[in-house]
Write a protein that binds this ligand. Structure first.
Ligand code: MG
Length: 183
């Protein structure tokens, strides 16, 4: 019998998606300087936004586009956190993610994976995120490979490299090695 194929779970913001660039362009298109989520981003406002004023499919990191093309629907799932309307709005700019399993959570991704995905897991798991806080809940879990991606030049205050021995810090998704898969 074939070995179960590894599952890859990927974060969205700052991992696959150039969130800062997107936010800047989005604000500029609205004539605003600052983004205050919850103040003006009502779902109706997002729905009314003219998407053609921004580049659809232009905000994936180049290695992320390649990463998605190398994995299938069953091999890679997406988990993101935040305001559901805002997250869905951003996801809509990435046609390559349209056929992927997408979960939008209010809380910590690592805790969600530990409680809801690990119990049913048959093969190994790879989880990639830009924030250490999402990876830490899984450092004691067997069969879980943890990758922290830190994009060069990021000014995000939480982009600090983990020193935990179970967490591998990378600067491109090209470095994620998954045995027994096409990657
Ligand atoms: Mg992120």
């Amino acid at each position: 019998m074939d070995e179960p194929r590894p599952l890859i779970i990927s974060d969205f913001d700052h991992t696959l998606f150039q969130t800062e660039q997107f936010k800047q362009d989005f604000l500029r298109s609205l004539g605003l300087k600052e983004l205050k989520v919850g103040e003006f981003l009502a779902p109706e406002q997002l729905a009314a936004f003219d998407r053609t004023s921004l580049s659809v499919d232009g905000y994936l990191f180049p290695d992320a586009a390649e990463f998605l093309r190398r994995t299938t629907e069953n091999e890679l799932k997406l988990i993101t956190t935040g305001d559901p309307a805002w997250q869905s709005f951003k996801l809509g700019f990435v046609p390559l993610l349209a056929d992927r399993h997408q979960t939008i959570l209010p809380g910590n991704k690592g805790e969600y994976i530990r409680e809801h995905i690990l119990p049913g897991l048959t093969g190994e798991l790879h989880f990639v995120d830009d924030l250490e806080e999402n990876l830490l809940p899984l450092v004691d879990s067997v069969g879980v490979n943890l990758w922290q991606i830190l994009r060069p030049g990021s000014e995000h205050p939480k982009h600090i490299a983990s020193t935990h021995p179970r967490i591998r810090v990378i600067d491109t998704l090209d470095k994620i090695q998954v045995e027994n898969t096409k990657i």
